[in-house]
Structure formats: structure tokens, C-alpha cells
Ligand binder design. Sequence first.
Ligand SMILES: *Cc1c(COP(=O)(O)O)cnc(C)c1O
Length: 422
Amino acid sequence: MDKKPFVTKEQLEEIVKQYPTPFHLYDERGIRENARRLREAFSWNKGFKEYFAVKATPNPYILQILKECGCGTDCSSATELMLSDGVGFSGREIMFSSNNTPAGEFKLADSLGAIINLDDITHIESVERELGGIPEVISCRYNPGGLFAISNEIMDNPGDAKYGMTTEQLFQAFRILQEKGAKEFGIHAFLASNTVTNDYYPVLAKILFEVAVRLREETGIPVSFINLSGGIGIAYRPDQEPNDIAAIGEGVKKAYEEVLVPAGMGDVAIYTELGRFMLGPYGCLVSTAIHEKHTYKEYIGLDACAVDLMRPAMYGAYHHITVMGKEDAPWDRKYDVTGSLCENNDKFAVDRMLPEIRIGDLLVIHDTGAHGFAMGYNYNGKLKSAELLLKEDGTVQLIRRAETPRDYFATLDGCGMMEKYL
Ligand SMILES: *Cc1c(COP(=O)(O)O)cnc(C)c1O
């Protein structure tokens, strides 16, 4: 598949007159159309709701768009709860799927009316201690252990993951929660990440549906929602076939009709907590080539670096690059495309075939809408970039300004030595 940016060279040349590179740019139209496709794919399920994983793109303007698309939020920390609250999410629009949860966070989640999803059986006590009881609505995170495979292909290793409860603990947790007054129950699991296959959700759903049926048989507890969490991936590479969300919705429906409906559980709501799938392709990192270097290899240096996008440095992840205006030139140069950190893994691409790049060229690094800006940090004293929104009407809105040295020094409260920068 040919990967094309959602923005043209002419649009970018206008944008950079006002907002210097590097910046992350988001595509409102793409976000809305994709959210609509997801909703349609699960429209067969009456209670369906997507809880957007805030950690993927923690920007209130993005959350606002998703709210208008009918999504809730999935939070893993106090500040993500605050972001949700600030945007106006409340009650059952918020899922709190934390782990190793710091003290006080269950209380904050409960004060907003969020659904609490327990990562561990010992968290029952933590919740009781903080809230003085168990909320009426509660969810438990399941980890069946072992390897997670789809038709013999190993997708991930839940047995090695820190998340969730064993099967035994899950059943025991539900019994305890019921005794302590919980009235409505849900099951959650996240067993594989960034899956590029239409089978992940259907296979996961079948596992969870079967657990739900067993749970009702053995404990009498009827779960009212099943949360398939995140894990639907995107095609970062041009040769990958993107997931077909309609086919995924159909696959889950088939498992639902095979397992839940015959068990008389045809009213269970399906929840999702997608992050990457909701935003990944609808954001890009826009950067300018500022240096070229010819040593043992050919290097192009950008004004962005790994603090703007950590995935290549952290996971060796592939992010497609378009040199704007040179799409049709021969891709006959082999480059390492680098940032300016004093870390040799600060490379957006290694041995990448690209058109010849000149200083001043604008580069679009694709698929940075999720886990892009969000993973940013300040190593080497680098400042975090701006976030811009390309709106449906073609205008651009600054939705987070770039950091300044003052932001970087702001936590040195009262430090006289830095006063002239504060
Ligand atoms: C990270 C995360 C998600 C989102 O994962 P994606 O791969 O971005 O879809 C959802 N739920 C939980 C609990 C997570 O930790």
C-alpha cells in the first residue's frame, strides 16, 4: 500500500510560516471517520462503547473530538482522570484500568464515578480502604497466562506480563466482590499489543465469553460487560495490510452468537479501550532536515529527535517517512535519519531508502498520533514540541504550544541560580 500523508506540501508550507517545526499534526477528519467506522462495526451490540486509552494521546482537544464521537476514556493514572474530568467525561464514560495503583487514585476515580477495573485480587482491599467499601459497578482484569496464539502464530506472552489475575484469582475475586456488595460486573483482558490481524479481537472475545459463561455457571454472577481493551494495531509499514474494523466487529459478533447468546447472555455489552487504532494513523511528526553528514554512512539530521517520538529508539519501530514534494523522485538514497540526542539510537530510520534529501526539506514521519508525543521526555534538555490540529475545514489550531526553557526549569521552584530563565 502506498502511504500518503494526510496533509499536502502546500498546506505544510503555510503551517510552518506560523508554527516552526518540529510539531505533531493531527487529522480531525481522519479521527472522526475512523471513530464512525468503529461504531458501525459494533453497532450490532446495544451497549457497545469505546473508552479511548488516554495514555496514547493525552490532549484535551483530541479527547473532546472523541467525546463528540461517542467515546469515553480509559485512564491509568490520576492526571489522566483529571484530563477526562476537565473535558467533561463523567461517571460510566470513564474506565480506570490502572495497575500497581498508587494510593489515592481509586478514590479519585470513584469520585468521578468511573468504572474501576481491578488489576489484582489484592486491590479489593486497597479499594475498600480508600472508598470505605466496594463500588456497585466493578471490573476485573484477566490474564489466562501462557502464550497467546492465533492459528499457531504466537502473538504475545501473557504469562510473562505483569497485568491481570489468574483464572482462579478471577473467580475468587468475583465471589469476594459480590459478598462485599458489588452489583454489576465486568471482565477485561489485554493479551496482545499492536496486532495487525482481523482475528485478535474475535479470538480474545471467545476466550472472555467462555470465561463469562463459566463464571455464571460456577458463581451465579452474570457479567454485564466484557472489555476487549486495546491491542488492535495499525499498518506502520507500507507493505502491511491494515486491519479491517468491520471484519473485526463481525468476528466478535460471531463469537458472541456462538457462546453468549446460547447461554442466555445476549445482553452483555462490549467495551473496547483502543488507543493506537483510534489515533495512530491520524497524527504525524513534521520535521525539517537541518544537516547532512557523510562519514561511514550517509546521515540526514532533523530538527526533531527521540524526545518527540521514542518508538524507533525504544522498540526499533518502523515509521514511514515521506520527503514532501519528492514522492515521485527516485527513492535511490540510503540514509540514517537522525535526531540530535547524544544517544546513537536516536534514529528515526536506519538504512532507509529515500529520495535525495536537501537541507530545508520537510519530512513527514507517519503514524505518530498514538504513543508519539505522549511518550515524549526531556532528555538532553530537549524541549517537547507543539501539537497542532488540522481541522475538518482545513484550518489549523494550536492545541499545545511547544515547551520553552522556562517550562524546563519551572520545577526548580525558588532556585535563584536559574532565575533569569524563569
Ligand atoms: C495501553 C492500553 C490500552 C491501549 O492500547 P493500544 O495498543 O493503544 O490500543 C488500553 N487499555 C489499557 C489498560 C492499556 O494499558
